[in-house]
Design a protein around this ligand. Structure first.
Ligand code: BG6
Ligand code: MG
Length: 216
């Protein structure tokens, strides 16, 4: 295997924003009278688009909503979420991320982002990650949500690297499936660790970086 590029998911892989998504969806659920919106429900929102995430919330109520109402609910959640990003900074980058990116770059391996989030540019800017990547592919580029591989294939294309030479780092089951559907090597972290479809599983990027750097 000759990995030429690593494509990183954003929420829950590079930055702690997965927790802020959860808080905003939970607040929206409560406004809709849904009180039992749990971390287990939130796990199914990982990696998938904003509208697909909304459907996970709406499954928990018998109320029916028109497409216009759904769009308004998704916008409401996004407004709460974006508000919660106001204090986001470099300190919200997950452990080992800066070190791991520097490490792969020193080996001549390219780095890209592949995220469903339409807030990707804002988050990269606020966390001082924006200039660390050779390419960014996000919800603003795609028409299909993970587990479709589109977001990763766009990233590979922007990098000029063949999909089979790319590794994806993901914390969602949908993202691991997307990586494999795109013919890429899949590294599972955090919530996706131990997904049987992943090629390898690690606790987080810090442990992967430590393991690699002692061997280098
Ligand atoms: C993914 C998150 O990274 O982005 C999902 O894991 C989220 O939970 C999706 O729904 C879309 O994000 P945004 O910021 O465009 O609403
Ligand atoms: Mg994620």
């Amino acid at each position: 295997m000759d990995i030429k590029a690593v494509i990183f998911d954003l929420d829950g892989v590079l930055v702690t924003t997965d927790e802020l998504h959860f808080a905003a969806w939970k607040a929206l659920a409560e406004e809709l009278g849904i009180n039992g919106f749990t971390k287990a429900d939130n796990a199914r929102q990982r990696g998938v688009s904003r509208m697909a995430s909304l459907e996970v919330v709406l499954e928990k109520t018998d109320r029916k909503f028109s497409n216009e109402e759904k769009t308004a609910l998704a916008e409401k959640k996004n407004n709460m979420y974006v508000k919660s990003l106001s204090g986001l900074s470099r300190s919200d980058v997950l452990p080992g991320v800066f070190e791991f990116i520097e490490y792969i770059k020193s080996k001549g391996i390219k780095a890209a982002v592949g995220s469903a989030s339409k807030n990707t540019p804002l988050i990269l800017e606020k966390t001082e990650l924006a200039d660390k990547f050779d390419a960014v592919s996000c919800g603003l580029d795609t028409t299909r949500s993970k587990p479709d591989p589109e977001v990763f294939l766009i990233a590979a294309n922007k990098l000029g690297v063949a999909p089979c030479d790319c590794a994806v780092v993901e914390d969602s089951d949908a993202g691991i499936e997307a990586a494999k559907a795109g013919g890429m090597y899949a590294i599972a972290v955090g919530a996706a660790a131990h997904n049987p479809k992943a090629d390898i599983s690690v606790k987080d990027l810090e442990s992967l970086y430590k393991a690699l750097s002692i061997l280098a």
